[in-house]
Design a protein. Sequence first.
Length: 149
Amino acid sequence: MSAHVSSQIISAVVSRLSAVATVHVVPLHSVPIETLPAIVIENIEDETVEALGPGPVSERHGMSFEVFGLVAATSGMVTAAGALRTEIEKALMNSKASITLDGLAKPGIRRTSAYFRHDSESLQKPVGGWSMKFNCVYHIKTDAPDTVV
């Protein structure tokens, strides 16, 4: 059984980011502090933005997710978080293959916003870093939701 394109997209993002740091697709509070610096993918959303045809239906989906680059809250946190953000953006947007996630997302992923975030309650120690929102579009037909059209 093949995975839905939305899951393939998240898997491709995890694969690319794994070269940067340990990647977690779990709630922030369950990230082990020992894995820092780390990357958390959260707030994953997938919306059907257009559906055409009587069936099978051709669908255009808009997908968004946040990538939170986590570092320990120390005196050098801003610099470390900035370096991690740079590596995350390079991993996801340094080439056409990266941007399109090898053809899964057309025209490709875009970082639409970023904000600096602190968290002192979810983990054993305070952490912080850049949380970046990414968007992408993909197309499927309802008879083959595991295949990009």
